[in-house]
Design a protein around this ligand. Structure first.
Ligand code: NAP
Length: 247
């Protein structure tokens, strides 16, 4: 039996397990998708050695970076991002990929559609998902500024939009929320920006997918912006993993 699974800790409700189990059932694929909660990433090599038929692994918090030291090879994009969320096992060799990057990039291109590619973007948040988004925007030729609560050199902070010499949202046609603000159950939260400056030329992409319309997206809807939640990215990263495991 072909085997796939997810490592992380703790592993509660898992989109990936549900997604792949339903897919295997629906498409008559003889395979299993298991959850492998690892208290310590040092348990990873033993898991790989002892799990017969293991062909592919998804990686979630907190191991997307620390798993890299166990891999024989890391795909160029995953190396640039500095995080792996998909591993392919072939002839005993482990290769790492980042399909968050692929899922986001494909979904963003769909959102832009026939419109000209935005020249400048804001990426809200500087965590793991932000790094995949940064690489995708660079590859699409979109310049971006990072917005952080504790900005490093060259980054903006939320207060920069509200000073005597403020930053204006019209400089940035694309705004990507990579912070967890607005996620269920705290659905009223949203990044602190001057949303009254939004116009119908703006694209708002929220990586949050629960609720389907976040408070951040709602501000965009009110200003007639193009908006998207993170659901397509979530399905996109899972399907990209499946393609990698089968190529
Ligand atoms: N749709 C998808 O497929 C997909 C994929 C991956 C992640 N996500 C979602 O993306 C979000 C971020 O995930 P992640 O793995 O990147 O998390 P993470 O590594 O914890 O990073 C989140 C970043 O958001 C900022 N942040 C955190 N709390 C904040 C707050 N209260 N106010 C303002 N900014 C805050 C921080 O940046 P600063 O410290 O610089 O402010 C932090 O680095 C989560 O909601 C996750 O579910 C979705």
């Amino acid at each position: 039996m072909r085997k796939f699974g997810l490592i992380g800790y703790p592993l509660g409700h898992s989109f990936s397990k549900k997604h792949f189990s339903e897919k295997f059932e629906k498409e008559g694929i003889e395979a299993e998708y298991e959850l492998y909660p690892l208290e310590d990433i040092e348990e990873f090599p033993v898991l790989v050695k002892n799990t017969k038929g293991l062909e592919g692994i998804n990686v979630t918090i907190p191991y997307k970076e620390s798993v890299m030291k166990f891999l024989d090879e890391v795909d160029e994009k995953a190396a640039a991002i500095g995080a792996v969320n998909t591993i392919k096992i072939q002839k005993g060799k482990l290769k790492g990929y980042n399909t968050d990057y692929l899922g986001f990039k494909t979904s963003l291109v769909k959102l832009i559609g026939a419109n000209p590619m935005p020249a400048n973007a804001l990426i809200l948040g500087t965590g793991g998902a932000s790094k995949a988004v940064q690489t995708a925007l660079s590859d699409l030729g979109i310049q971006f500024k990072l917005v952080s609560r504790r900005p490093q050199e060259g980054q903006l902070t939320y207060e920069d939009f509200n000073t005597s010499t403020p930053q204006y949202l019209n400089t940035y046609q694309l705004i990507v929320n990579t912070t967890p603000l607005g996620m269920t159950p705290k659905i009223d939260e949203l990044p602190d920006l001057p949303y009254q400056q939004l116009t119908s030329d703006h694209f708002l992409y929220d990586l949050v997918y629960n609720p389907l319309v976040t408070a951040f997206m709602q501000k965009g809807i009110e200003a007639k912006c193009w908006v998207k939640n993170g659901l397509e990215m979530l399905y996109g990263q899972a399907e990209a993993s499946w393609e990698i495991w089968n190529k």
